[in-house]
Each structure stands twice: as structure tokens, then as C-alpha cells.
Design a protein around this ligand. Sequence first.
Ligand code: SF4
Length: 333
Amino acid sequence: MSELSQDRLDQESRDITLDVRDLKVHYPITSGLTRRVTGHVRAVDGVSFSIGRGNTMALVGESGCGKSTTGRAVLRLTPKTSGEVIFNGTEIYSLDKRELRRMRPKAQIIFQDPYSSLSPRLPISEIIGEAVREHNIVPPEEYEDYLDQVMESCGLRSFYKRRYPHEFSGGQRQRVCIARAVAVKPDFIVCDEPVSALDVSIQAQIINLLMDLRDERRLTYLFISHDLSVVEHISDAVAVMYLGDIVEYAPTDAIFARPIHPYTEALFSAIPLPDPEVKTNRIILTGSLPSPANPPSGCKFHTRCPRAEKECSEITPKTKEAEAGHFVSCLLA
Ligand code: SF4
């Protein structure tokens, strides 16, 4: 390989924070005294995507489609079945215990429920600062000032330090979770439904905070959400998941302007419009999400798809590039 193309490849891998290739997470179903494996729940069934440094990719879909499992698997918080998760150029499942511990501060997660993800017995200075000390993020003499600075950057006054989580509102508690995540100077954060447990009036403040921090610190986000209005606001690209697969992936503008997959069309038709005079053509999907332990044959969406044809139950659609950068898995696309 020429020096020039090696340089280009090195540059590309520096610009990609997360590269996920054919990731599968299957959980065995066991039965009987001998715990014989009788099947598998295919929570994530071969997803591939990459996120450039400083970008936000949203993962959307109904509850149970595999979004959160994907988020946990890319952080190695749940074991993968197969596939690759390359973070900052390294396959994270190849790391030994010590290397993984060194990597941990660089990839963080913010959970949906800020209350249950904070220890009620610790003051917030300890919640935010514990990992900072553990990983020697700053020299000991700078620790207190650094903590104040992180708290201020997340909209928390430094005199809150000695307070406990129950003394804060839901929005402030989520700010504490965000401060805990950014305090260890990460490159990448999985935001798992970070605003869905909050009042609508607080959601915008938290989203704006996440965007400010991303821009200031050049953070990369995997933003998991079922709220498409929020997704449109924060993300650069959107991946739509259905029953463990990514069925459509595109830059945010493109997918909101022209969703192609029938499932994406149905999801997007449910977004409320700000003008009450404008009539929406809501597509109501019939039936519920099939079990990931026994997914339908062919296209997994055929049991609910308003456009399904005979071959949809027989042929598994391949992912096609319908237009530049816009990928879709549908036989009719
Ligand atoms: Fe619908 Fe068939 Fe396309 Fe699947 S392949 S989304 S069932 S039209």
C-alpha cells in the first residue's frame, strides 16, 4: 500500500470514533432442569454503522427493537455474540481487563432515569468525582477546582456539592449524570433516552446542554430515543431499528425529508405538527412487535407492513443505497 493511501486510511480511522460491524447480541433461552438451550432471543441481529468524531447518530424505533442493547453492547456492558465494535481504532472486545479499565473513561453512558442511576447515599461531589480520582483525570491539587468547573459547565452551582440526589429536581439530577459522564473527559457517550423521564419543559434545557457540551468538547454521541422531534434537533444521522436490524440509515435532513422504508414512514407519520390546521396522514401499524425469539421469515416487518407483497415473507431484503448516503432494507426500495 502506498504511503499516501496509508495516510488517508489513518486519517479516516482518526475521524471515526465508533465503527460497528455486523454486531449481534443473542440471548439463549433455556428450559428444564438441565437448562437446555431451546432457542435464542435475537436482541441485536447484525447491525453496522459508524459515527464520525464530534457527530451524533440517533438510534430510533419502538420499545424492544434492540436500541438499548446495542448501546450497551458498544460499551461492552453486555456481551456480544459476534461482530466487531471498533472504538478509536481498537476492537473493544479484544481488550483485556486492564486495557478495558483504561478505556472506560473514554466511553460513557447517560441513562434514562437519573434517579435510579445515582447512589442515594453519596453527595453529588462524590458521584461526579469518584471516577475522576480513580482514573487520575487531573492532578490531586487541581481536583476541587476541576470539579467546580465541570459542575458549572453542566449548569450546577458548585455550592450544591454536599447535597444528595434526593435534594434535586429531575432535570438537575440528569445534569448530575451528565456531569459525571463528562468529568472523566470522554470521547464518546451513549445517551440512552436521556430526556424521556423528564418534564417537557426541562427536556429542551437538557438537550441544549448536551449539544453545547458536544460542540465544546468535540464529543461523539449515540443518541437512543423514541422521540423523533428531539432526534431531529440533535442528530446528524438517524438509524431506524426494527426487531434487532437497522432498516434505514441516512443523514437527518434526508430521512426527515423523505423516509423510504414503510416502517420509518409509519414512525415519522406520528410526529405531531406544530400547526393544528395541517392534517397529518398518520399511518397506524396493526399488530404488535413480533417476538425477537421467533422473528418472521423474509422481511421481519412483513407481518405489519402496509405495502407487503407475497415475496416479502420469503426473501430477506438486502441493504441498498437508495440515494447518496441513504441506506434502506426493503425489497420495494
Ligand atoms: Fe414491507 Fe416488503 Fe419492504 Fe418489508 S420488504 S418493508 S414487507 S414492502
